[in-house]
Design a protein around this ligand. Structure first.
Ligand SMILES: Nc1ncnc2c1ncn2[C@@H]1O[C@H](COP(=O)(O)OP(=O)(O)OP(=O)(O)O)[C@@H](O)[C@H]1O
Length: 356
């Protein structure tokens, strides 16, 4: 049975440098005041570049890292569960990691790997477990004789199918899929994505799908949230995010997507995001994106961007964004900044050491 998942004001802070000689200890806010809802049976895609806090958010939602705020999975209030409630939580919500090889015990046969959660959660007596293992292998499109093999005897795609089978073995209602196809060959990615979409429908699951590649995330998500420096900067139905995004960072991600139609390509503005994600140990003042923001440059570097942290505001039907100029951006056609010409061009952003 699927569950609605709700997150309110979630925050994850790590200590940094503690115990390292010559390094002062400090704190780093990896997830900063994040609120979101995933309706039962839907997929929320979570995109953002490496280090933006996606994995930490997914793990905090399952209480795999300490967090403050509120997380509800169905009827369960995750962060206030007593320790003894954690096993029930693991029976309701599971995670699939990027690297199936690292997450499967190399010394266990596949059959034992899949039988283990059935034993830990006391779901079935030992005599009934082999049949359930066969059923799980069948559900993820694997032959039952693979139960006798070890992880190293399987292909990357087969291993990820085993990791998915292990996650669904306990009949969860919610899965965090943390970059589940990023480590796979491109030719295999689509098969595993289709399997996940199929399983969601068959088993009535709710998904948080974490990915850095918008081209992948868009195919599986009902809604997409964009994360930057620990915060959600835009959230919208997948279609709206691709056609009318309202945050300059999202617009950069969308403009990098391949376009099949040459006419669209001709008028589309390619926005190149330069520079790296700032360190969350010393985040920039004001809007965390302003040092890399093409719109900030284009609008003559408005002071608000340097001083005020924009909050998520509603900018369209079911769409919200955290930029002081979101409404103007949402109203302008995709690929054009409010006052940009229609011809394709690169937005010049000064980069240290380059001639511009
Ligand atoms: N255990 C930890 N201790 C200290 N800092 C951490 C820890 N885990 C993550 N971080 C930091 O928190 C920030 C967010 O990391 P996170 O892995 O969640 O980002 P991400 O968007 O998932 O990136 P990636 O796709 O590379 O995994 C980063 O600055 C990272 O260095």
């Amino acid at each position: 049975m699927s569950a609605t998942v709700e997150v309110e004001h979630l925050r994850v802070t790590f200590r940094t440098g503690a115990g390292l000689p010559g390094r002062r200890s400090g704190t780093l806010t990896a997830v900063n005041d994040v609120s979101l809802t995933i309706p039962a049976g839907q997929t929320l895609g979570l995109v953002g570049e490496s280090g933006s806090g996606k994995s930490t958010l997914g793990q905090a939602m399952l209480r795999l890292v300490p967090a403050t705020g509120r997380v509800r999975i169905g009827e369960r209030d995750v962060l206030s569960l007593p320790r003894r409630g954690l096993r029930q939580l693991r029976g309701e919500a599971q995670i699939v990691f990027q690297d199936p090889y690292g997450s499967l015990n190399p010394r266990q046969r596949i059959g034992a790997i899949l039988a283990e959660p059935l034993a830990v959660h006391r779901l079935l007596p030992p005599r009934d477990r082999p049949a359930r293992v066969r059923e799980l292998l069948d559900l993820v499109g694997l032959r039952s004789d693979l139960a006798q093999r070890y992880p190293h005897q399987l292909s990357g795609g087969q291993r990820q199918r085993v990791a998915i089978a292990r996650a669904i073995a306990v009949n969860p209602s919610f899965l965090v899929l943390d970059e589940p196809v990023s480590a796979l060959d491109v030719s295999i990615q689509a098969q595993v994505l289709n399997l996940l979409v199929d399983l969601r429908a068959r088993l009535g699951l709710t998904y948080l799908f974490v990915g850095h590649d918008l081209a992948v995330v868009r195919h599986v998500s009902d809604r997409i949230a964009v994360m930057y420096l620990g915060r959600i900067v835009e959230e919208a139905p997948a279609g709206a995010l691709l056609t009318a995004c309202a945050h300059p960072y999202t617009r950069g991600l969308v403009s990098a997507l391949p376009v099949a139609d040459p006419e669209t390509e001709r008028v589309r503005e390619r926005i190149v995001l330069t520079g790296d994600l700032p360190s969350p140990i010393t985040p920039p003042p004001g809007c965390g994106f302003h040092p890399r923001c093409w719109l900030y440059t284009q609008l003559g570097q408005p002071e608000r961007c340097r001083t005020d942290q924009p909050v998520l505001r509603v900018v369209g039907p079911d769409q919200s964004a955290a930029c002081h100029f979101s409404r103007e951006l949402a109203a302008s056609p995709l690929g054009r900044a409010p006052d940009a010409p229609t011809r394709r061009r690169h937005v010049p952003v000064p980069v240290e050491g380059s001639s511009g």
